[in-house]
Design a protein around this ligand. Structure first.
Ligand code: ZN
Length: 146
């Protein structure tokens, strides 16, 4: 299945779905259905399991915030709606020079909405001096290894 380029129309629909998720406070079947039409069923079928692995790391005292998707063998760095360090994003976004949402970015968007009233549920607080150890060294930029 070819992946879709994110245009303004897709972006607007994604925003609307996210707003709906925030209002309801849960990920409804209707929202999953709309997301599957917007992106791909393959991507959306994996989003639910990824959601539990999305964390927001706040570094103190700088208040620097880093979103990450934690995994058993690798972690990914996420910049909401802009960048993910996974292979899919590299192949579909960076190499094709286009805006793209991988399953991690979709999951992050949903998690951010669902935790708006309770942000500490996904927050990890770290000291600034641990930034390198916690973020840089745990990241696997697998596409640099090909
Ligand atoms: Zn990704």
């Amino acid at each position: 299945m070819p992946t879709k380029t994110i245009n303004d129309e897709i972006d607007k629909e994604f925003e609307d779905i996210l707003k709906n998720i925030a209002q309801k406070g849960i990920l409804t079947i209707e929202s999953i259905d709309r997301l599957s039409k917007l992106f791909s069923i393959e991507q959306i079928s994996k989003v639910k399991e990824i959601m539990g692995e999305i964390v927001k790391v706040t570094f103190i005292p700088s208040s620097r915030i880093v979103w990450m998707k934690l995994g058993t063998d690798r972690d990914y760095l996420l910049y909401p709606k802009k960048y993910c360090s996974c292979m899919d994003f590299y192949l579909q976004g960076i190499l094709k020079n286009r805006k793209y949402y991988c399953k991690h970015l979709i999951a992050q968007g949903i998690v951010a909405e669902l935790t708006k009233k309770n942000p500490q549920s996904i927050e990890i607080v770290e000291r600034d001096e641990n930034f390198k150890e916690k973020v840089t060294q745990q990241l696997s930029f697998e596409h640099f290894l090909i």
